[in-house]
Design a protein around this ligand. Structure first.
Ligand code: SAM
Ligand code: SF4
Length: 384
């Protein structure tokens, strides 16, 4: 024992695909079905996820304890409470789960009600991350989101009533057609919610999505990089003024409310991703599963491997990865993680005001606000 393991459980289903999203998720139409028949899809899928949990436990259960569990998607809140309970009970039977284990579920506001949220909470979920994105109706429409202001308020009201203390909201900024006023209204709305964590993501136009085709046909304008930077600055100053401190480029939290699970990813911890397309990282080994849920279910039922590909990271790969992830965090990158040849790059960015001098003198590379806007460029200079 002694090592900590985090579990990510992927729920690869959504009622409708948002036009901008290329996550590994499937709608009834994509699965050739007329609807998401909750009980057949979920119970068959949960049986498979449990078989993969058994594989993880036979490899690791004697040497690890579970520190965090994250149900991500897709739309985990579409699952039945009893299915989430089956998974969590099985994990508790197979592993030592730490008493203060953070158990998060990503939830779409319009897929929750008092009954299913109560069932998730009684199964053990103690943190919800709601996909708020924006409150502007015209942007919700561009993004193909199916919720509204009212469903967000209702979802959070129920979560609070159920005694859930750790609540987060995801925002998307930079959607074509978004004015600064739209963004400010969304931030003001979010700040009145009973949440202690906010993630704000710049909209990425992913290849092959409906949004990418709409932009290439000229029906929608592309997000503007300069405006994105202005919006990031507004988000950061508004959140910081209201008690949310940045701890990773896209994440702000009230004191003590940082996501424990995401910090495992960013600090090189070990995690096992259960489900189709899920990635895992253990020591210096990384692998990812086959993407299609039907093939994933079939492979597990035949006792075959679900791993699509794997790799062992070299020391050089591990160093690059550490730079890429840790530089995004407020705690920063340790000076000892750098090569002698990196020092000149760091000094250049200290002189331009993008890396903080005071932290550097204490042995850490921490981005300033201007540095956060060009984090990708700084990383490229360090890892190439
Ligand atoms: C993949 S979703 C899963 C959770 C849930 N289905 C939802 O939409 O909130 C997790 C987060 O990723 C964000 N996301 C997905 N595609 C994105 C993109 N192209 N650009 C920025 N954020 C994106 C979503 O909006 C959401 O907040
Ligand atoms: S609901 Fe979430 S996972 Fe599903 S398509 Fe939309 S953004 Fe992607």
């Amino acid at each position: 024992m002694g090592q900590r393991l985090s579990l990510y459980i992927h729920i690869p289903y959504c009622v409708k695909r948002c036009g901008y999203c290329d996550f590994n998720t499937y709608t009834p139409k994509e699965l050739g079905q007329s609807g998401l028949g909750k009980s057949e899809i979920s119970s068959q899928y949960i049986d498979s996820a449990i078989l993969e949990i058994d594989r993880a436990s036979s490899e690791l259960a004697d040497t690890v304890s579970i520190g965090t569990i994250f149900f991500g998607g897709g739309t985990p809140s579409l699952m039945e409470g009893r299915d989430i309970n089956r998974i969590l009970s099985h994990i508790r039977q197979q592993f030592i789960v730490e008493d203060d284990c953070e158990i998060t579920m990503e939830a779409n506001p319009d897929s929750v009600d008092e009954e299913n949220l109560a069932a998730f909470v009684s199964a053990g979920v103690n943190r919800f991350s709601f996909g708020l994105q924006t409150i502007a109706p015209h942007l919700l429409k561009t993004l193909d989101r199916t919720h509204n202001e009212e469903s967000i308020l209702k979802a959070l009201e129920i979560a609070v009533k159920l005694g859930v203390k750790n609540l987060s909201a995801d925002l998307i900024y930079g959607t074509p057609g978004e004015s600064m006023e739209d963004l400010i209204k969304t931030l003001e709305f979010a700040l009145h919610l009973p949440i202690n964590h906010i993630s704000a993501y710049a909209l990425i136009v992913e290849k092959g999505t409906k949004l990418a085709s709409q932009i290439s046909r000229g029906e929608i304008s592309a997000p503007d990089d300069d405006l994105m930077a202005d919006k990031y600055l507004v988000i950061d100053s508004t959140l910081e003024k209201n008690g949310f401190q940045w701890y990773e480029l896209s994440n702000w939290a009230k004191a003590g409310a940082q996501s424990q699970h995401n910090q495992v990813y960013w600090t090189g911890g070990n995690w096992w991703g259960i489900g189709p397309g899920a990635h895992s990282f253990l020591g210096d080994r990384r692998w990812w599963n086959i993407k299609n849920p039907i093939s994933y279910i079939a492979a597990l039922s035949k006792n075959e491997s679900v791993i699509a590909e794997s790799e062992v990271l070299s020391d050089e790969n591990k160093r690059d990865e550490k730079i890429m992830l840790k530089i995004r965090m407020r705690s920063g990158l340790a000076r000892s993680d750098l090569r002698a040849s990196d020092i000149a790059v760091i000094e250049r960015y200290i002189n331009s005001g993008d890396i903080d001098l005071e932290n550097w003198e204490k042995g850490a590379v921490v981005l300033t606000l201007s540095g956060r806007l060009i984090a990708d460029r700084i990383v490229r200079d360090l890892v190439v």
